[in-house]
Design a protein around this ligand. Sequence first.
Ligand SMILES: Nc1ncnc2c1ncn2[C@@H]1O[C@H](COP(=O)(O)OP(=O)(O)OP(=O)(O)O)[C@@H](O)[C@H]1O
Length: 300
Amino acid sequence: MELTLDRLTKQFGNKIAIERLSTTLKPGIYGLLGANGAGKTTLMRMICGVLTPTSGEVLLDGNSIDDMGESYRNLLGYLPQDFGYYPDFTGKEFMHYIAALKGINKRKAKIRTKELLEFVGLTDVASKKIRTFSGGMKQRLGIAQAVLNNPKILILDEPTAGLDPKERVRFRNLISNFSKDKIIILSTHIVSDVEYIADKILMIKKGTLLMTGAVDELIAIANGNVWSCIVPQNQVEQYESQYCVGNLHHNGKNVELRIIAENKPVSGAKPVEATLEDLYLYYFQDQQSGKSPEKKAGGK
Ligand SMILES: Nc1ncnc2c1ncn2[C@@H]1O[C@H](COP(=O)(O)OP(=O)(O)OP(=O)(O)O)[C@@H](O)[C@H]1O
């Protein structure tokens, strides 16, 4: 199975949300990382066929998804960003309702609902109204509905938004367990959500694919460019204006800074192992602090 995005472009008025984005996806978990407004939702909606590209196309095994129509939709599971949960439905009723929308017969819907509510750990609350669910429980229900038809392609838009750390871990494990032979794309701007489960990262910035690769490959780009520096407290602002600064750790009168820079920022700076977050911070720092990266940490 191969999903090809071929020069995919979406323009809203004057705004180009996605610009000639091309890549090929094979079974595995893909983490779509990008700042707010980078174009993640637009891209996912085009992959799902709910938004028509201005130009370019999405192909599954060489066939345009437009031409495939229902046979493509039958392979697809989608959890949109703002999913409507119907608070007065119980978890079970909601699953049956979505199953009916997906054209799954009642008998099969009952069996799948039971299996899936078990899978996402909601069996005990299956007969409770959704209005009583926590954010994490709703997200798990969202995942369960998305996989009702046992999709080969699963698209999850910001599935970890609003989850606490424990729920995040649970979510990651759920996705890992479900991922065999499937193309899973999940978007987030939280690096740690994808660092551990994604086979491949797609970093998207201003509608274009900035870089793509396995987590290790991307981290390798930043390796050798991450430093730990101890500086006096009154110099922190100066460093922040000059460099891409990650974590700060106050230690008495001094502050330990994590700096991402090609050259040693200060004598005594110690090189430290890079993380995906360092790379992300470096490439997206202009969108977080308003400044542009003066020099890139590595190639594409
Ligand atoms: N229907 C629309 N009409 C006009 N502009 C839009 C529309 N949808 C998206 N955009 C613009 O396209 C750009 C990309 O938006 P998109 O929602 O895809 O980004 P995102 O990466 O998903 O962001 P977020 O993480 O905030 O959801 C943004 O500048 C957004 O304002």
